[in-house]
Design a protein around this ligand. Structure first.
Ligand SMILES: [Zn+2]
Length: 296
């Protein structure tokens, strides 16, 4: 039988909205953040996004990148979270450890933030080790800890949990998804087959021509996700496409960012449209509707 362990998601909401907000802000104006995004798209980074219909969607990859950056920024300062039973003299840990504790990934902190070095006293005739006077002693210790942690399974587990949760709240936001796909399309559009090294030869088959990916029918899981997200209605005109009210209305899974413009075969690039609205849109780039059905 198929394993069902991935069907449910337990939310802990560790920084979920803060990360979602950062992703949304960057996607609204990616050009202001290009330098920060280099790790994601420059050189071969974009290749990870090319294979069609990955469950680890473009948004998942993006969230992971931003969440990792935010955790790295915590070491600069560093951002401290109290730990321990003594409220007056707590031990201090980094948010990354607090998060892993909250998610039950670890049972106790892996790293305690060291004390600030004691400032050199005027009367002191010397003899302190140079390390204890290093003003960057604490920041460096935090940075080294996180740098090493990033290679471990516990960090990987944390990233998948955070990514899942942020994806869950952002998947509804078609404008943010369209912005993300527009940004990525710009990079896909620049991919030419002669860029690929021998290792990347299979990627050539994904393209119909340079800068344009082949059209591959969305798998059932992607169609169902988009159908339920969009409540079985055309996102543009609201026509019911469930087949319950009108069996003649046919739903189309539209690529918000058209393939012809560098769009990805990615679940975050789809929206539900009726046949009429889909024909009208064709290969144009049209901002997705920001009209949503109320819950009640
Ligand atoms: Zn329509």
């Amino acid at each position: 039988m198929r394993a069902k362990k991935n069907e449910w998601l337990t939310h802990e909401y560790f920084r979920t909205y803060r990360i979602a907000n950062a992703v949304d802000t960057i996607m609204r104006d990616p050009f202001s953040y290009l330098r920060h995004l280099e790790g994601l798209t420059v050189n071969d980074g974009i290749y990870d996004f090319l294979p069609h219909w990955q469950k680890e969607s473009a948004l998942h990859k993006f969230i992971r990148y931003v969440a990792d950056e935010i955790l790295m920024n915590d070491t600069d300062g560093p951002t401290r979270v109290p730990f321990g039973s003594d409220p007056i003299y707590p031990d201090w840990i980094l948010p990354v450890d607090a998060a892993m504790l909250q998610y039950g990934i670890i049972d106790e902190p892996l790293f305690f933030i060291p004390d600030e070095p004691v400032p050199e006293e005027v009367t002191d005739s010397g003899g302190d080790s140079s390390e204890s006077k290093d003003p960057y002693h604490v920041v460096n210790a935090c940075y080294d800890y996180l740098l090493n942690l990033r290679w471990t399974q516990v960090y990987e587990d944390l990233m998948s949990r955070i990514t899942d949760e942020v994806f869950y709240v952002m998947f509804l936001n078609r404008r943010a998804l369209a912005n993300l796909n527009e940004f990525l399309a710009m990079h896909v559009g620049e991919v030419a087959s002669d860029h690929f090294g021998t290792d990347e030869a299979p990627l050539v088959d994904l393209f119909v021509r340079d800068g344009e990916l082949k059209r591959v029918r969305p798998p059932m899981w992607a169609r169902r996700a988009v159908f339920y997200r969009d409540r079985g209605r055309c996102t543009a005109c609201g026509t019911d496409l469930s087949g319950l009210i009108d069996t003649l209305n046919v739903g189309n899974y539209d690529h918000m960012m058209p393939l012809a413009r560098g769009g990805l075969n990615d679940v975050t690039n789809l929206q539900l449209l009726c046949e009429n609205c889909n024909l009208k849109k064709a290969d144009k780039i049209v901002a997705p509707s920001n009209r949503y059905r109320r819950w009640y």
